[in-house]
Ligand binder design. Structure first.
Ligand code: HEM
Length: 376
């Protein structure tokens, strides 16, 4: 069996990206289990489990086994992250003409994702060394949420899901909603810091009022829900509709856990729902559309035809010349100066969107037309 296919084949990267996403959501849930079973100090120190030993031993009981088990999962995540990174480094995009099809964006994204895992290991370790300071526990969770968002982004890029062009006013909407969701999540972690599930019986809480924080958390949930609903209605996005459903279920679980005195099972489900919503929201940041391999050529044709019709002076980003080559000036300027001096950055961006997203279709021409109208 050729093991290099595991990271080299064209389908390897999307699969590893999904594996990274699942692994990061998984460790949020197992980390939650550590906290909710009161096993946070099951291994009382770090990086060793005890002063004498790197591994847990029977005297530490079930708590020791749970905490140590969660520490070991870090290594599984590291293996997945490294394989994801290698397959991103080896990935060649058939639609990219420059740099042999290498994708710098995927390389860096997978690199940051890979470095995030050991960094989280250190934050988790410091959390143990500070006897589970509630703010550090919250930070540890939030960093995992960031990694989940990055993993979702990697999945989208590796599967060629790109942005759909919408008006600038509407394009702001998903970002506002994303910000509201993060406010909800941050307040949720502070709320947890005031609640009973500290990770160990003797750990002090942050001293804030859980009732007040629950009200603030709920207000942020309403605002997030309103933003998501606006995305559904104004952007006509099915992804936003799905996200709204996740948020609805998540809100139901949140309300139930609050009224039932925070039973462990519901708190764990709430944590899983928060991970899924964060991932979903990152996905909604740009509404997805899959560009088909080879479709770039068709876009290029449409763009070139229009280019000729409107006598557009500068080369268009990503448009090949008649021999299928990228224009020299375009290559030299690294795409930045792909337009003549009278063309603004946003106009170039509109062209870029047209190139990549609405493959060979109506919208690319609309974009180009609006450019020529503005130029006229
Ligand atoms: C979109 C909806 C929601 C999201 C994304 C969300 C997110 C979160 C997050 C990230 C946490 C921190 C979890 C942890 O640190 O383990 C949390 C905690 C909490 N949330 Fe929510 N939440 C939502 C809705 C609600 C609603 C509607 C309520 C109802 C009152 C609620 C009640 C709580 C409570 C009581 C906690 C503290 C749990 C504990 O002490 O362990 N949540 N939430």
């Amino acid at each position: 069996m050729d093991l290099t296919r595991l990271v080299r084949s064209p389908r390897a990267l999307p699969r590893w990206a999904v594996a990274s996403l699942v692994a990061n959501i998984g460790i949020v849930v197992t980390g939650g289990l550590v906290r909710l079973t009161g096993s946070g100090l099951g291994c009382p120190t770090w990086p060793r489990c005890t002063d004498e030993s790197f591994v847990s031993h029977p005297e530490l009981g079930l708590h020791g086994a749970i905490e140590f088990g969660n520490r070991m999962l870090t290594f599984v995540l590291i293996v997945i992250a490294v394989l994801t990174f290698v397959s991103a480094a080896l990935y060649r995009d058939p639609d990219r003409l420059t740099r042999g099809g290498r994708r710098r964006d995927l390389f860096w994204l997978a690199g940051v994702l890979a470095l995030g895992i050991p960094a989280q290991g250190v934050v988790g370790g410091v959390t143990v060394l500070t006897d589970l300071n509630p703010y550090l526990v919250g930070l540890h969770l939030l960093l995992s949420m960031v990694l989940i968002s990055l993993a979702v982004w990697l999945v989208r890029l590796s599967r060629h899901l790109t942005a759909r062009s919408v008006s600038p006013a509407l394009a702001v909407l998903p970002w506002v909603t994303l910000a509201l969701l993060w406010v909800t999540v941050v307040i949720g972690t502070v709320l947890t810091g005031s609640g009973p599930h500290a990770g160990d019986a003797d750990v002090p809480r942050n001293g804030l009022s859980p009732v007040l924080l629950t009200h603030v958390h709920t207000a942020a949930v309403y605002a997030t829900g309103a933003g998501t609903l606006a995305c559904v209605v104004l952007l006509r996005s099915r992804a936003a509709l799905l996200l709204l459903a996740v948020e609805g279920v998540q809100a139901g679980i949140g309300a139930a856990q609050y009224h039932l005195g925070l039973p462990i099972g519901l708190v764990l489900l709430h944590l899983l729902g928060a991970s899924m919503a964060t991932g979903g929201r990152a996905r909604r940041g740009r509404s997805g559309r899959r560009s088909r391999p080879g479709a770039a050529g068709r876009v290029d044709e449409a763009a070139q035809q229009h280019h000729r019709r409107t006598a557009y002076a500068g080369p268009i980003r990503g448009v090949r010349d008649d021999h299928g080559e990228q224009p020299d000036s375009d290559r030299e300027q690294g795409h930045r100066g792909g337009a003549d001096r009278s063309t603004s950055r946003s106009q170039v961006k509109a062209l870029t969107y047209a190139d990549v997203t609405e493959v060979g279709g109506v919208r690319s021409q609309v974009c180009l037309r609006s450019l020529s109208q503005r130029r006229a």
